[in-house]
Design a protein around this ligand. Structure first.
Ligand code: PGA
Length: 245
């Protein structure tokens, strides 16, 4: 079941998502939250941090699980997702690093499932709310087109388009962007109790249209959302422009 909310701009959407997260944290102080990297959720994290500070919200029992991480990039690298999550989530929200989990795979890993991460999510009680972004090619996490809908956390080969899009974060350009990553699988994401996907800007309009196109297809990873038990898309007008209303 997919609900779509179209907001005037990214700021309004980020505020609504931050409020939803804060409501969850107040209602369930030991909530398990799935966090995405990328530029899309940054505003929501900033606003959530403000609410936590202003209202002295208890964050000591929360657990966070990141969606993905590059393989072959040292954790100390500023663009490793260990670093990005520390900078955008752990530190601003004031949570202890032991409450925040980022998937890991050995540098020489080339393929296969990474079972321990899904087991850790299950042991934590399962994800209450999973935040998601979407790539221009419809990828969710690093689940590129063709990823099975029942995939667990696994090692993924990045497409050239994804590496090109992410090269803007790397001083050395595309050559510095890893070829491989470890990512929560689509099956992992489908088990979250609620999924909240944000997408802003016209570059995402095709991916959003394709995510909502029926029937769903593994060639369009965003269409996994059609199989989710409780999913909301927060879009700005530009990202929503190609939806058949
Ligand atoms: P972005 O990336 O938030 O930086 O646009 C989203 C994604 O690639 O999943």
């Amino acid at each position: 079941m997919v609900n779509v909310k179209i907001l005037p701009d990214k700021e309004h959407a980020s505020e609504e998502v931050a409020q939803m997260l804060h409501d969850l944290i107040v209602e369930k102080p030991n909530a398990v939250i799935g966090v995405a990297t990328g530029s899309t959720p940054e505003g929501a994290y900033e606003r959530l941090a403000e609410k936590i500070q202003e209202q002295h919200t208890d964050v000591s029992q929360l657990q966070f699980f990141a969606l993905d991480e590059y393989i072959g990039l040292p954790w100390e690298h500023p663009e490793s997702y260990h670093s990005v999550i520390a900078r955008t989530v752990t530190e601003p929200l004031g949570v202890d690093p032991s409450q925040v989990h980022v998937p890991e795979a050995p540098d020489d890993a080339t393929e296969g499932s990474i079972n321990y991460y899904d087991e850790k999510i299950t042991a934590a009680g399962g994800i209450d709310l999973q935040l998601l972004g979407i790539g221009r090619n419809g990828h969710i996490g690093f689940n590129e087109p063709g990823t099975p809908f029942d995939s667990p956390t696994h090692i993924a080969q990045l497409t050239e388009l994804t590496r090109e899009d992410n090269s803007r974060f790397f001083e050395g350009g595309i050559d510095e962007v890893p070829q491989l990553a470890v990512t929560q699988g689509i099956g992992t994401i489908l088990q979250s109790r609620k999924a909240v996907l944000m997408a802003f800007g016209e570059a995402k309009a095709d991916a959003i249209r394709d995510s909502l196109a029926v029937p769903s297809s593994e060639e369009r990873p965003g269409s996994l959302l059609q199989h989710h038990q409780n999913c909301i898309l927060y879009l700005d007008e530009a990202a929503a422009a190609k939806i058949d209303r």
